[in-house]
Design a protein around this ligand. Sequence first.
Ligand code: GDD
Ligand code: MG
Length: 352
Amino acid sequence: MMALILIGGEGTRLRPFTCDYPKPLLPVVNRPFLEYQLENLKRQGVRDVALCTAYKPSLFHRMLGNGKRLGMRLSYAHETRPLGTGGAVKNAHKLLKGTVLILNGDVLHNLDVRAFLAFHRKSRAELSISLTRVKDPTLYGSVVTDASGRIQRFLEKPSWDEITTNTINAGAYLFEPSVFERIPPGIPYSLERALFPHMLEEGARLFAFVSRGYWMDIGTVEKYLQVHLDALAGEAPVRLPARRRGICAERGAKLGRHVEIDAVKGLLVLGQRARVADYARFSGRVCVGPDCVIGRGASLEDCVVLSGARIGDGASLRRCVVGPDCRVGAHALLSEGAALAGGSKVGAYCQL
Ligand code: GDD
Ligand code: MG
């Protein structure tokens, strides 16, 4: 079976980080996010993947190429203007054949592809949607089903008074070839706001498969941080480098003397060539990117520092994300929710 991944969104809710990188290429525990999705597919025998690009396409070509490095075959369908989720799928139609697995490119989950396909076949569905349960369905596509799993209603970003269930569209679909014929070519079109509701009105066979296990859309800064915290807690499907006394250090990473680490509850990931000076303190789960420098006596708790950033001596960071190549001055304080755009400079003693 072939898969198609939607990776053309601008990721506006994940700015400032998506100003430099499209969301699917942002590092998650120091690897481009999309690689986790691709690996999950490969593990389950899906090696042919079409990628639908619109925003910053050249970066995908540069970082993933034809997929050989990952042992996969990647092809690309580019939109010169964004065609929306439905238009993008239609635009890639020529690259596909048979039943196709379609995925949103900004979701981390451990979808069981075989179980999903078996369910789809057994239901004789024209289109199946994988569901997950969340606390706040207003941020997603709400999906109501009957007892057999047949979808009754699909409502994208409903208001609280429209909600009758906490099951939402997890961003994974199986399409029979006939579905592609239902999408108009060459114009912006939405799967969620047009195709799914229209198919339901016409009485088409749409079925929902409730997927268990980890699920997270990394679409906001808060969730981008959370996915790291979950990964470092071993709760997300992310393979970590080898761990020793609370540290996963990649090649060339160096740790100074008297560095404090919460080896019982926490974990520190150090990317390649990252350097940590003496007396730095880490608590909770902290991910430091390649080539970063953490200053003497700096204190970091539950945060993400992206590649090449330098954190000054005695600086203090808590539940925040520092973009690539930032400079955080000595004794500066970054508190919960701070999100520094790549290349930002924070002066000594500043508080954010
Ligand atoms: N090629 C292309 N072109 N891709 C696009 C376009 C486009 O014009 N617009 C969005 N995408 C891609 C995004 O890159 C992302 O991977 C995926 O389509 C979904 O877009 P988001 O912008 O992330 O949508 P969302 O998170 O608000 O909602 C969607 O995902 C939820 C699950 O995370 C919907 O599918 C919801 O129904 C769903 O619950
Ligand atoms: Mg999303």
